[in-house]
Design a protein around this ligand. Structure first.
Ligand code: ASP
Ligand code: MG
Length: 419
């Protein structure tokens, strides 16, 4: 089996879908089936997020916006010259009717639940279109709803995988298919009541990794609009070059500090099953791309990762007594309580600095919870620049003319917190 993940940009319009189809055609072979994991088309998920909010507010706009979004999918089908008789139009209409039905009948005021029931439709729409188009090109392909594969808990919008149940579901479902290609949705799953759940934004990479693990696949490819993983974001750093080979560990470090190559949760499952992850371009198909695997002794060029929208907190004890372990523990536990990840920490005798991401509505809660015990200062809009495998030249260059607030320098990695 091969697992291929196609993101929203790769299926963004009719010609993009034709391109994906040609990739599939060039890889189909008798003995090695392809499992395709596909995201929602283009910016669909952002539009659905707005619709979910309208549903929550019980605004009539929800229905209008939903109909417009489904019409956009019909337009793509027509551009793909899919005949008006094709069942694809009926299936799109079914999704529309069911979703409108949900909007009318919904009585829940649990936003996260509403979000998942609405936003999950993006992947259902995209895979419906892509499936019917590929089928019309005489490829042997079957469609599986990810609800029958990806089993999760009830943690709507950021659901956790139930590994045992997922493994059983994948084993059972795959027995029913003998086609050369199987298509399913990224990002979505179902809880024990078969209600839709989602895995967090950009979660389709993670879906592909889960399915690679559960099918014991040894090669998974993420098709992207860039030629592979770069040593830095090529839009921001002129010196960026492609990395040919990357170890799992290096990939985890890069994503942790903000490299937006793949969803951070993707690596663990494929590392556990020793599956090679390829990042390849769907535009320059001949380009080699990047391979992520269990590689050792790789000599890396300096890697630069920039994480923006950082918030720095400074905690000190009011009476100038020292910050002891129980104080520090209390602070860290509060970040845990709101699932705010700590990206950097530094302590002195009287001050403790913590850096985290800007998360709407959550950053102030830290201050609320801790202001009785500590003097707290907060600074927003900071940037964390991480340089791995650095040389003194690179550090010199990156630091120049910048307001650096904190420097942390290790053997291999340097962090600069900058304004
Ligand atoms: N469609 C979802 C999103 O845009 C999932 C994904 O693209 O991976 O976040
Ligand atoms: Mg997407």
């Amino acid at each position: 089996m091969r697992v291929f993940k196609f993101g929203g940009a790769s299926v963004k319009d009719a010609s993009a879908i034709q391109n994906v189809t040609s990739i599939i055609q060039s890889y189909v072979e008798e003995k090695n089936p392809i499992l395709m994991v596909v995201s929602a088309i283009g910016k669909t998920t952002n539009k659905l997020e707005i619709i979910a909010k309208k549903v929550f507010e019980q605004s009539e706009d929800a229905k209008t916006l939903l109909k417009e979004l489904i019409e956009e999918h019909r337009v793509i089908c027509r551009e793909l010259k899919m005949s008006e008789e094709s069942i694809v139009y009926k299936e799109l209409a079914d999704i529309e009717t069911k979703t409108l039905g949900f909007i009318v009948a919904n009585e829940s005021n649990n936003f996260n639940y509403i979000y998942d029931q609405i936003v999950s439709k993006g992947e259902l729409l995209s895979t419906t279109v892509v499936y019917h188009y590929i089928l019309s090109q005489k490829v042997s392909i079957d469609f599986v709803n990810a609800r029958y594969l990806i089993k999760t808990d009830n943690n709507y919008t950021d659901a956790n995988i139930l590994w045992h149940e997922t493994q059983e579901a994948v084993d059972a479902e795959l027995k029913n298919h003998s086609s050369q290609v199987l298509i399913t949705q990224g990002f979505i799953g179902a809880n024990s009541e078969m209600l839709y759940t989602t895995l967090g934004r950009e979660g389709s990479d993670y879906t592909a990794a889960i399915l690679a693990k559960c099918t014991n696949t040894k090669e998974m490819t993420i098709w992207k609009d860039v030629d592979g993983v770069y040593t830095a974001d090529p839009k921001k750093f002129a010196e960026a070059t492609i990395i040919n080979k990357l170890s799992y560990k290096e990939a985890i470090e890069m994503t942790f500090y903000g490299a937006q190559i793949i969803h951070p949760k993707t690596i663990k499952p494929i590392q556990n099953s020793n599956c090679i992850l390829k990042v390849k371009s769907f535009i320059h198909k001949e380009a080699k791309g990047t391979e992520i695997g269990n590689f050792e002794n790789i000599h890396y060029q300096p890697v630069i990762v920039l994480k923006e929208n950082q918030v720095l907190y400074s905690f000190s004890v009011r009476d100038f007594s020292f910050l002891n372990e129980s104080n520090l523990g209390k602070i860290i536990a509060t970040f845990g309580k709101y699932s705010l990840r700590i990206n950097l920490m530094q302590n002195s005798s009287i001050e403790f600095l913590v850096l985290t991401d800007e998360k709407l509505g959550k950053n102030e809660l830290i201050v609320e919870d801790l202001k009785e015990d500590f003097e707290i200062k907060m600074e927003n809009h900071l940037k964390l620049l991480t340089i791995r495998h650095y040389t003194e030249d690179i550090l010199e260059k990156q630091r120049k003319n910048k307001a650096v607030l904190i420097t942390q320098k290790g053997e291999d990695t340097v962090h600069y917190l900058m304004r």
